[in-house]
Design a protein around this ligand. Structure first.
Ligand code: 9EZ
Length: 317
């Protein structure tokens, strides 16, 4: 590499990735999360061919239309919600992310949610800290022998299934994009979502957010579910209809739900935040050191590959 490729790293992406890029001869500058105008100012003053972000920095259309140095934007994480991919494509800027880099963190959070819903662990902790020894309202259930229904059985759903089986659960799975033959090692494939809703004691969502899955678990779905069902969503906000969930809690249809993601983040103060049967976390699915390291490594590898391939045509002397 004669002229060093400049990389601007925002949002505190894992150190290992920065070291890896520096070691490969990239010139890396690290900065905190930048607002739109600050990002444009920064890239105009000191052009970089590559921009790396996590979640905080939004790479908007205005960014792509205001600067012409970028060849590649990489997101250390799953999905590209904070990057305007259409605008990037229009500006001939490649966009990359790290599918699967967060999977194990999400898998383990899901298992934690299932056990918390079964035993009310968060509420038990809270009452202790409030100075009470409250055993009477803490009666739980065991997951052994219960049916877990998976809505979506991709990378994450599949591994949740294995762990749930290790806990003695019976696991049903529905995924319209995967053949039953592929699913049947991980779970019992069922032919329809209705089968999941009718038979499950726990339901966990593991789909992406698409036009097809937005609002998928709503009032019609709840109407089919068993009384006392428990719901987990650590996938994406908006797949589960929160208003329908609150109604289903109020009628007693749903005994509890654990949510890491919301249709609006952070969710507005309201009924969602007040019900003890809801276990709520602030989108921490990917928040493990291991997951951040894995995503950063995956992205650094891809960035190195990209410039190894494309460098020659990008250098203008
Ligand atoms: C949709 C899905 C799973 C699903 C899975 C994947 C795009 N997509 N959609 C509805 N990969 C279950 C129900």
């Amino acid at each position: 590499m004669d002229v060093k490729v400049r990389v601007l790293v925002c949002d505190g992406v894992a150190k290992k990735a920065v070291q890896q890029l520096t070691g490969q001869g990239f010139e890396v500058e690290e900065t905190k999360a930048l607002a739109e105008d600050d990002l444009i100012r920064k890239l105009s003053a000191n052009p970089a061919e590559c921009l790396i972000v996590r979640s905080s920095t939004k790479v908007t259309r205005k960014v792509f239309e205001s600067v012409n140095c970028l060849k590649l934007v990489g997101r250390a994480g799953v999905g590209v919600d904070n990057i305007d991919v259409k605008a990037a494509t229009g500006a001939k800027v490649k966009v990359m992310n790290t599918p699967g880099g967060n999977s194990n963190a999400v898998i383990e959070l899901t298992v934690g949610f299932i056990l918390c819903l079964a035993r009310q662990i968060p509420k038990a902790d809270r009452t202790m800290k409030e100075g009470r020894w409250e055993k009477k309202t803490m009666m739980g259930i065991e997951v052994k022998g219960k049916v877990l229904g998976l809505v979506g059985v991709g990378r994450i759903g599949c591994e949740v299934a294995r762990r749930a089986r290790a806990l003695g659960m019976e696991v049903l799975g529905y995924d319209p994009y995967l053949a039953a033959a592929v699913l049947k090692d991980a779970c019992e494939p069922v032919a329809s979502l209705q089968d999941i809703y009718r038979r499950s004691d726990f339901i966990s969502i593991h789909t992406p957010l698409t036009d097809e899955t937005r609002g998928l678990v709503g009032s019609e779905a709840f109407a089919l579910m068993k009384d006392g069902v428990r719901i987990v969503n650590a996938a994406r906000g908006g797949i589960l209809d929160e208003e329908a969930l609150l109604k289903a809690l109020n009628t007693g249809k749903v005994a509890g739900a654990a949510l890491d993601v919301y249709s609006e983040e952070p969710p507005r103060q309201g009924a969602l935040l007040e019900d003890d049967r809801l276990i709520l976390t602030p989108h921490i699915g990917a928040a493990t050191g291991e997951s951040q390291d894995t995503c950063a490594d995956m992205l650094a590898d891809q960035v190195i590959q990209f410039f190894a391939k494309n460098r020659a045509i990008n250098v203008v002397n």
